[in-house]
Design a protein around this ligand. Structure first.
Ligand SMILES: O=P(O)(O)OC[C@H]1O[C@@H](O)[C@H](O)[C@@H](O)[C@@H]1O
Length: 271
């Protein structure tokens, strides 16, 4: 169960709330609603005005506890992807970020969150723009090259009734640790964990026949996209049946790390 406590009004559209142990920035604007956890600068809900349902998926059993990554939304896996070091997918998603800037306009809202090191130096920034679409731009400031994944979980009606289209026809299947040839349009009927090499500007679609919508994901300056659904594989903070209503299409820089000052963006638009 999530206990939500109102902490502070920041502007008429922005407030600070507490979800169990986690501080959350809530946006309630006529363009839509968004919720961002300060742990991880983690956007976990985005519902533009025109949408009946959230664009992002969030686990119904998410406990919102400090130090544990949130299951759903857009975790920022940084400065590494996967389990090559501890914690898996980097420390940024388990660390408190700061809200460093906001601009509220009639047709657009911009929020900026920064991650600082122990000695108060900036490590990373994420700029979130909400209009009819949502654009997330990540900037890496550290001196050492770093990996990033904007690990977006999308909300779908039924995993067996969607298609992910526009993908390349070759991917690295992490489950069998092999490169494989796959159809460009993927239907998902089992555990999938594939890393695709992509061009610097690419768009992929999630066509959801039941919700009668298409989520379009544009990756800018990424080198990979990751397609993931755990299916029945036991996954923390997820119910057994949760896999049915989510699919991850991630925007990543894994093979070519980000250098100091480099940016990578995801633009999410619903048609
Ligand atoms: O359980 P986590 O750390 O959030 O990771 C979830 C998944 O994230 C995906 O990006 C990886 O490709 C998967 O291998 C991993 O299982």
């Amino acid at each position: 169960m999530t206990t939500i406590t109102f902490l502070k009004q920041i502007t008429p559209e922005l407030s600070l709330q507490q979800y169990n142990e986690i501080p959350v920035i809530a946006l309630d604007h006529h363009i839509g609603k968004a919720f961002i956890s300060l742990q991880g600068a983690h956007l976990f809900s985005w519902q533009p005005k025109a949408q009946q349902k959230d664009v992002l998926w969030l686990s119904e059993i998410e406990p919102f506890t400090l130090g544990n990554p949130i299951r759903g939304g857009v975790p920022l896996c940084y400065p590494w992807f996967g389990g090559k070091q501890n914690p898996a997918h980097g420390y940024a998603r388990n660390t408190l970020w700061k809200l460093t800037d906001y601009q509220i306009e009639t047709q657009k809202v911009q929020l900026e969150f920064c991650l600082f090191s122990e000695n108060h130096l900036i490590e990373a920034k994420i700029n979130m723009e909400f209009y009819e679409d949502c654009k997330l731009t990540f900037t890496h400031y550290g001196q050492d090259p770093a990996e990033i994944a904007l690990h977006s979980y999308f909300n779908i009606a039924d995993i067996e009734n969607i298609e992910v289209s526009g993908l390349p026809t070759s991917c690295f299947n992490s489950l069998i640790q092999q490169q494989e040839t796959v159809p460009s349009t993927r239907k998902i009927a089992e555990n999938v964990d594939c890393i695709y090499k992509i061009a610097t500007l690419e768009t992929h679609q999630i066509n959801d026949a039941i919700l009668n919508r298409c989520i379009e994901i544009t990756h800018k300056n990424a080198t990979e996209t990751v397609l993931w659904n755990p299916w029945h594989k036991e996954t923390s903070s997820m119910n057994k049946e949760s896999y049915k209503t989510m699919v991850c299409v991630e925007t990543a820089r894994i093979s070519q790390k980000l250098s100091q000052g480099e940016k990578v963006s995801t633009i999410i638009s619903v048609k």
